[in-house]
Design a protein. Structure first.
Length: 272
């Protein structure tokens, strides 16, 4: 069984922090992710906390990589960006990994640019969610950090998930590693840098239009603060599919940040 939010192992284009003194090793960066978490169903009795008494979880990330995926479908471009924030540089099958998945970088860039035309926002003002019970727009232009705040939804423009395979995993017949994955059913992320100037010092009516082919490029900076409320991926998927959800195996909250520069790895390099 594979979680729909778990990113499969592949050949990754890797990125790392780039300092003023020169290039730093692939995966370098700074960040944090900690909060109260509970995990059930782990092999070897490695469960963490309970629903009523979650325990402190600290990812202590030391490895920051990602992958921009260019859209070559021929229609309106939807360039995807996937970010991985890992405890260490080991393979994801034995690692605790926080994913940030952005299916359409252009839409996020338009939100962050905050441009208006005749007083009307030029970004998508929908909820970003297929859940009719969620009413706030995914893009709040009046974020408290001085930049637009993006709300996290399971199928929204910015998606976050935690796969703690280093701390907790299940082994099925095969053996096959089965991911226990928590997805952000609520929360927010504030991008302080998204690879381009957000123009907060310019009136919204005078801001430049974002090119619909926008994609975060190599050597661009990614810097964000976030807060996520996690729910079991299987539960969220069942609810959105109008099925009876199974008992959850993971839940809790995470607060943190990441800050690194995207940088191309060696050609053909396979990253964990």
């Amino acid at each position: 069984m594979r979680s729909r939010f778990l990113i499969p192992t592949a050949i990754w284009a890797a990125f790392a922090a780039l300092s003023a003194a020169g290039c730093t090793p692939v995966g370098d960066g700074t960040g944090a992710a900690q909060g109260l978490l509970w995990l059930h169903g782990c092999d070897e009795g490695n469960d963490v906390g309970t629903i009523d008494a979650p325990e402190v979880f600290d990812l202590q990330p030391t490895f920051f990589v990602g992958e921009p995926i260019g859209d070559i479908s021929g229609g309106p471009p939807q360039n995807r960006l996937i970010i991985r924030i890992q405890r260490n540089g080991n393979a994801i099958q034995i690692n605790d990994t926080l994913y940030v998945d952005i299916p359409n970088s252009f839409e996020v860039a338009r939100c962050l640019r905050g441009r208006t035309v005749a007083g009307v926002p030029d970004w998508d003002t929908g909820t970003g969610s297929i859940d009719p019970m969620i009413t706030p727009s995914w893009c709040d232009p009046a974020g408290p950090a001085g930049v637009p705040r993006i709300h996290l939804f399971p199928f929204g423009p910015v998606r976050m998930s935690l796969t703690p395979l280093g701390t907790c995993h299940q082994t099925a017949v095969g053996p096959t590693v089965v991911a226990i994955t928590g997805v952000a059913k609520d929360g927010w992320i504030d991008f302080l840098d998204f690879g381009f100037p957000v123009q907060t010092d310019v009136a919204p009516e005078l801001r430049d239009e974002v090119n619909n082919k926008f994609q975060v490029a190599y050597d661009d900076r990614l810097h964000a603060n976030f807060q996520a409320v996690l729910e079991d991926d299987r539960v969220v998927t069942a609810m959105y599919s109008l099925r009876l959800p199974p008992p959850p195996n993971i839940g809790g909250t995470l607060d943190g940040f990441f800050d690194f520069y995207l940088r191309r790895g060696r050609s053909g390099q396979t990253f964990p």
